[in-house]
Structures are given as C-alpha cells and as structure tokens.
Ligand binder design. Sequence first.
Ligand code: NAP
Length: 258
Amino acid sequence: MASAVPPAASRVAVVTGASSGIGAATGRRLAAAGYRVVLTARRKDRVEALAEEINASGGSAAAYQLDVTDRAAVDEFATAFQSIGVLVNNAGGALGADPVATGDPADWRTMYETNVIGTLNLTQALLPKLVASGDGTVIVVSSTAGLGTYEGGAGYVAAKHGAHVLAETLRLEIVGQPVRVIEIAPGMVRTEGFALTRYGGDEEKAAKVYEGVAEPLTADDVADAIAWTVTRPSHVNVDLMVLRPRAQASNTKVHRER
Ligand code: NAP
C-alpha cells in the first residue's frame, strides 16, 4: 500500500525521563523498532551513557539534557527538529505519601509541574513537528493513579488525573490532524527511581512498596506496551492502556505473599 509516511528508520522519537526506569526502557524498545531516539532527562551523564549503549548495539540515539519544567529550555530543544514521529511524555513521579491533612504543598506543586506542566510544555513545543511528520504519536505515561485514588496518594493522584485529562482533551481537540494521542496507565512497576524518589531516598521505605509482591511490572513490560501501541498501523489509536501486575487488582488491593 502506498504511503506518504517515511519508514520508521528515518523517524525520530523523543523520550522524556529517559535516564532511568520506564523512559530508559522505552528508549531501548523504540530504538529496536527502528526509531532514531532522542533521550532526554536532567541527568546528562545517564542519557549519554544510554545513547552510547544504543548506538553501540546498532541503534540510533542522541542524548539531550532537559528539565521538562523549564519552558525556555524546552522551546530551545524543539528548534532542533523539522518533524518528529513520536513524543513519549514519561518524565514524572511521586513525592511523599502523606494524607491530605499534612501533605507538603511544595511537593504537590512539584508533582503538578513535572507530571502535568512538563507534559504540556513538551506537547505544545513539539505538536507542530508531530503534525509536520504526517503521522505523529503523542504518548502520555500517566498512571492508574490518574484513574482512581488511594489514601496517602492525593498529590500524585491529582497530578496524574491532570495528565489523564490533558491526554483526553488533546485527543478531542486535534482530531482530524495526523497525530494519535495514546495514554499508558501503569499500576505497580518496580523501577530504579520511582519509590526511592517518593520516599526521599529512604531505601527501606521504598523496598516496602514491593514487599511480598511476587512480580511487580518491570520498566521493560511498560516499554513493551508503549512500543506496541506506537507500532500499530497509523489509523489505530489505542486511547488508553491500563497495565497492572497480576498480583495487583486495584490501586488498593495488592496480593502480598508474606
Ligand atoms: P524513575 O525511574 O524515577 O524515572 C523517572 C524519570 O523522570 C527519570 O528519568 C527522571 O530523570 C525523570 N524526571 C523527573 N523529573 C524530571 C524533570 N523535571 N525533567 C526531566 N525529567 C525528569 O521512575 P519510573 O517508574 O520509570 O517513572 C516514569 C514515569 O512512569 C513517571 O511519570 C511515573 O509517574 C510513571 N509511573 C510509574 C509507576 C511505577 O510504579 N514505577 C507507575 C505508574 C506510572 P532525571 O532525574 O535525570 O531528570
């Protein structure tokens, strides 16, 4: 079938938060699918090391230091591209697990800035380039926290609900343009940074999150799902994919073996 869309090999995929966890795994998966991946995060050494790893294994990757909350830096970053095929808005995370009564407003603000405004910044800056590709895809990595709440999670839950609404609204607003909007909502994923960041580097508290859970999802499980949605035919838009480990039935119902 004739197509005006260039083959995947000549297409660019930008991944935010690619220095760790789901973002790094997504960089590897999209590179393996033939994309030229642009790996971004604040920790430059880590995205550079991952780009080297991908290039050494026959893929194509570049690294770029970027804080998604810095709009001027995001706009500057966007000038590097004529067109891009995929934007994976993955940068984000949780800070704290306090109840509403005692949660730190500074943590709430940071979570909103990173998970919502960060996604907004990248999406606004790169949307024209996605349209210019003739076949663009925006991925929003939200969370099951974007679909339902849990005690001690309100700040993160509120932010991820924001990311969910951004994805849903954008899909409505750009219908008719050649850009898909796909939301990936993972449940419990054991990644390098997520729980550690949430508990301010406290390894004991972070380990408790996964205690007794037979097999939490891995970063690569989520990356696999992202790559699958991206590589469907252009007319197929997976609106929302919810992924949980088998041991997790809801945000609050987790089977622990001990
Ligand atoms: P992670 O290992 O802690 O990775 C988080 C990534 O976000 C890092 O690469 C970090 O890079 C980046 N990041 C944070 N703030 C940033 C900023 N201001 N600018 C640019 N990059 C920033 O955690 P993860 O589990 O892979 O999380 C990835 C995404 O999945 C997050 O949006 C998270 O909320 C979501 N998620 C995770 C889970 C889970 O259970 N793990 C479940 C559902 C959804 P730098 O620090 O180098 O900037």
